[in-house]
Design a protein around this ligand. Structure first.
Ligand code: IPM
Ligand code: MN
Length: 365
């Protein structure tokens, strides 16, 4: 199998965690005899410093020529005073738009070995397996007009969705629910917002085409609470861009750390893969960031772009195994010293190689 991957590691802990994810991709390629062409390019704050823009044309061009783009993280404190359209984050938003993926899949899974690492009670989180489908190209992030009128001392953004934008992302969510536990929770604020009323009406209408999926609607405020009280009740959660941004960070509490969460954005020309966490400037360069979110993101590259499901599962099994063996980065043992980014990566690498070796030996019999 041949796959062109563009790696844009970005800022802060981005390069450290992406490094471990790329090692996983390389070893899967090597062991399976796959031809993964892995290139690198600049995005975010590092691109602003070197090229004066958060998404250089050269990066965009390489991204559009790839099968998959793997991003680390963007952002840094030194850019905090810049307007939104000049910041590192603007580079990521431009890239998302250009690649065209509108369905951002964010799984939130309670790893059994981490049940004691969540601030929630083990009996509340155990068995939780949620897949967020966050709409990624609409809503407040992209809606026009967007204005900061200094003179008037006022600023506004626009939460806008068309019926077609809701339909295309809702289809992805219904189909994923069909392949899972067949429950879909659509999240909105239809008691206050017209845009949410359109969202709810459109999703309800579409549900007729998926009679095997049970659809429920929740207001976003209630959903935020239910996620903490009864996370096991959720299967697939469909929501608009900003609500999905907020709820997926909240859902990290179930997993034990934001550093554990991967994501994949599908539906466009080129799939985009990014861990859910940010650039974490406070711990950048210390070699202590959790690489498992990035490594699980690599598993999503294998699943959704390379179509190597067995290898994707092998990476996930390797992560499960190292957690069961007791390996923890600092974020998972709040306050205590954990293993380094590299030590965690090494251990995943080791277990993964054994798993693939064993599988290949079995196939050979
Ligand atoms: C995320 C991040 C991004 C977002 C930022 C960095 C633009 O928070 O992927 O969740 O808000 O989408
Ligand atoms: Mn976010």
């Amino acid at each position: 199998m041949k796959l062109k991957v563009l790696v844009v590691a970005g800022d802060g802990i981005g390069p450290e965690v992406t490094n471990e994810a790329v090692r996983v991709l390389r070893s899967v390629a090597e062991m399976g005899g796959h031809d993964f062409e892995i290139r690198e390019a600049l995005i975010g704050g590092v691109a602003i410093k070197k090229e004066g823009t958060p998404l250089p044309d050269s990066t965009l061009k390489l991204a559009l020529e790839s099968d998959a783009v793997l991003l680390g993280a963007v952002g840094g404190n030194e850019f905090n005073s810049l307007p939104p359209n000049k910041r590192p984050e603007a580079g990521l938003l431009q890239l998302r738009k250009a690649l065209g993926g509108f369905a951002n899949l964010r799984p939130s899974f309670a790893w059994p070995a981490l049940a004691q690492n969540s601030p929630l009670k083990a009996e509340v989180v155990t068995g939780t397996d949620i897949l967020f489908v966050r709409e990624l190209l609409g809503g407040l992030y992209f809606g026009e007009p967007r204005v900061w009128d200094q003179e008037a001392g006022a600023a506004w953004n626009t939460m806008r969705y068309t019926r077609d934008e809701v339909i295309r992302v809702a289809r992805v969510a219904f189909e994923l629910a069909q392949a899972r536990r067949k429950k879909l929770t659509s999240v909105d604020k239809a008691n206050v917002l017209e845009v949410s009323q359109l969202w709810r009406a459109t999703v309800t209408e579409l549900a007729a085409q998926y009679p095997d999926v049970t659809l429920e609607h929740q207001y976003v405020d209630a959903c935020a609470m239910h996620l903490m009280n009864t996370p096991r009740n959720f299967d697939v959660v469909l929501t608009e861009n900003l609500f999905g941004d907020i709820l997926s960070d909240e859902a990290a509490v179930i997993t034990g750390s934001l550093g554990m969460l991967p994501s994949a954005t599908i539906g466009g020309g080129v799939n985009l893969y990014e861990p859910v966490h940010g650039s974490a400037p406070d711990i950048a360069g210390k070699g202590i960031a959790n690489p498992l979110g990035a490594i699980l993101t690599a598993a999503m590259v294998l699943r959704h772009s390379a179509k190597l499901e067995e290898d994707a599962q092998a990476v996930e099994t390797a992560v499960r195994t190292v957690l069961e063996q007791g390996y923890r980065t600092a974020d998972l043992v709040r306050g205590q010293q954990g293993v380094s980014t590299q030590q965690m990566g090494n251990q995943v690498h080791q277990v993964l190689s054994e798993l693939i070796d064993r599988r290949q030996a079995m196939h050979a019999v």
